[in-house]
Design a protein around this ligand. Sequence first.
Ligand code: MN
Length: 228
Amino acid sequence: MTDYVIETPPIVALPVAGSDARFPVRRVYCIGRNYAAHAIEMGHDPNREAPFFFQKNPDNLDTSGAFPYPAKSSDVHHEAEMLVALKSGGTDIPVASALDHVYGYALCLDMTRRDLQGEAKKLGRPWEIGKAFERSAPVGPIHTVAEVGHPDEGAVVLKVNGDLRQEGNLNQLIWKVPEMISYLSEYFELAAGDVILSGTPAGVGPVAVGDTMELTIEGLGSLTVQVV
Ligand code: MN
């Protein structure tokens, strides 16, 4: 047995729907501007250009159903997304076989300190301060491919306190799931346990303590998260 010099950090693992088993997470990749209407609302060209990615930390994933309003921000936004969980990986994965690497799908919120992200963008600095903070990725259980197949169409809806905020459809993804996996695998060695957040539709906006966010993706159920 290895004699670690400090207590070992916990393994981050997501529940699997309909099972007591858990999915251990290695890395969290997030794609930016993957819906045209969201690219436009953020002031960017909606035309298909090469995708770009940033990362969150595995331990930013949180299944508690509560999102603690983070420090140092007064403009925290919701981003409704689908999480893709990989059971295997590799490099230079062809688009045609990319879905063979998928274990399942989940609902996820890419919570963002928009004011800090905006400042970082303006200064040409990295985005972590706006994106990769504590509990910044509320997430639901993983639905296996055996259960839900590979969802490539279906409404993505986010409500806050019952009011419609974000609405899109998985068929509007600029870069489809197999393309995201293939593209990422050209730059990184993907592996079992990696998860990818697929981007958010238009309508991102601020939340406040006391708000209830409800994300629904057709075929994957819904996820309710309280801002505390
Ligand atoms: Mn996002």
